[in-house]
Design a protein around this ligand. Structure first.
Ligand SMILES: Cc1ncc(C[n+]2csc(CCOP(=O)(O)OP(=O)(O)O)c2C)c(N)n1
Ligand code: SF4
Length: 335
């Protein structure tokens, strides 16, 4: 069988091509003890991908917090696809691909395996997109919360099923155009009054720690991951990660949009312990929602002469509700 191609899993060796083009002796492998980045260069995310940025900072922070004693379980989705095109991987850590909907259950199993094999120092992170988390994976996640399994679950929320062509998820905001919520009819885009607020659903389970973050404040994201790794039991981190492809935004606007989501009140940033909000990130320069919506083509139908002012008013009202609910303005007391 001399014509059978020998395949091994290699980490990518250069920025632009895979390790397959490098001599075998020069290839670097996955399990380097000297690794410094959980996701190394060479992955295939779109330019300006908020998910790649968020995952890199979150997992690196978890690696630091655990002295590298970390296993990651990854639901199917963009993050999994752009980091692990067979037979290559960008992960420089023990990393498992679960099914689309069962990352929380697989992570529970990994944590149990560490416990019964007497390796309590090895910690577990599960991660997935909003579709894998709020829709198909929600049952497994709720079970993980209810059992208080020792897992940090991180949802990278780009507000749609991006990997399969931008279909609506239950985290897609009202008014947003996706492949399944077209910009047609009297009220174009995704419906109002539908969808799930996962951070609040996680809080309802009264688990030890729930937090939200965005990729505009990476120190805050890192601090929340590090804090989460000091705790045991079920923990949930919901990170808003703009997606240039699905949002129709410029690659260089990823950080700006994440900041505007926070500064408009559309995405409240807070921490909660055992079901109670303990800290919020105040809005320093409050912005109207138009500032956030306008640079995104998924909301283009709301603007212009044939726009939908009444929908903008409703979206502003939702942001205002968040501001009141969490006390997001500088002079307000924490909710
Ligand atoms: C049971 C099942 N149904 C559908 C799919 C196809 N699928 C793979 S990834 C994906 C969308 C992932 O969306 P999300 O979880 O939001 O992550 P993103 O790609 O946006 O980061 C879908 C529908 C699948 N892999 N398994
Ligand atoms: S489609 Fe969106 S989430 Fe997926 S790699 Fe591109 S920018 Fe990132």
């Amino acid at each position: 069988m001399s014509d059978v191609q020998k395949l091994k899993f290699y980490q990518k060796g250069t920025l632009t091509v895979g390790n397959r083009l490098v001599d075998e002796a020069e290839r670097n492998v996955q399990a380097s003890r000297a690794r410094s980045n959980a996701i190394t260069s060479g992955h295939r995310a779109c330019q300006g991908c908020g998910e790649a940025l968020g995952a890199r900072y979150a997992i690196d922070a978890a690696m630091r917090a655990t002295g590298g004693q970390l296993i990651a379980v990854n639901a199917t989705g963009c993050l999994e696809v752009f980091t692990t095109p067979y037979p290559e991987t960008s992960w420089q850590m023990p990393w498992m691909h679960s099914l689309f909907g069962n990352a929380a259950a697989v992570a529970t199993g990994v944590a149990a395996a560490m416990r019964v094999t007497n390796r309590p120092g090895v910690r577990v992170v599960a991660q997935g997109g909003d579709g894998g988390t709020t829709d198909i994976g929600f049952g497994c996640l709720s079970g993980m919360f209810e059992r208080n399994d020792d897992v940090l679950y991180i949802c990278y929320d780009n507000e749609a099923y991006m990997n399969t062509g931008v279909q609506r998820s239950s985290a897609t905001p009202p008014g947003a155009r996706t492949a399944t919520t077209m910009a047609v009819g009297p009220q174009p885009g995704a419906d109002f009054g539908k969808g799930k607020n996962l951070p609040r659903l996680a809080m309802a389970h009264e688990i030890p720690y729930v937090a939200t973050a965005t990729v505009d404040d990476l120190h805050d994201l890192e601090a929340k991951v590090e804090h989460a790794m000091t705790l045991h039991g079920a923990r949930y981190l919901h990170v808003l990660v703009p997606c240039p492809l699905g949002w129709g935004s410029a690659s260089h606007d990823t950080i700006r949009l994440a900041r505007l989501a926070r500064e408009t009140g559309i995405f409240p940033v807070f921490e909660a312990e055992h079901g109670e909000v303990t800290r919020v990130t105040k809005i320093r320069h409050r912005q109207p929602v138009e500032e956030y919506l306008r640079p995104q083509r998924r909301f283009a139908h709301l603007f212009g002469p044939k726009g939908h002012t009444e929908m903008l008013v409703r979206i502003q009202a939702e942001a205002d509700k968040n501001i009141r609910r969490y006390g997001l303005l500088q002079d307000e007391v924490t909710a």
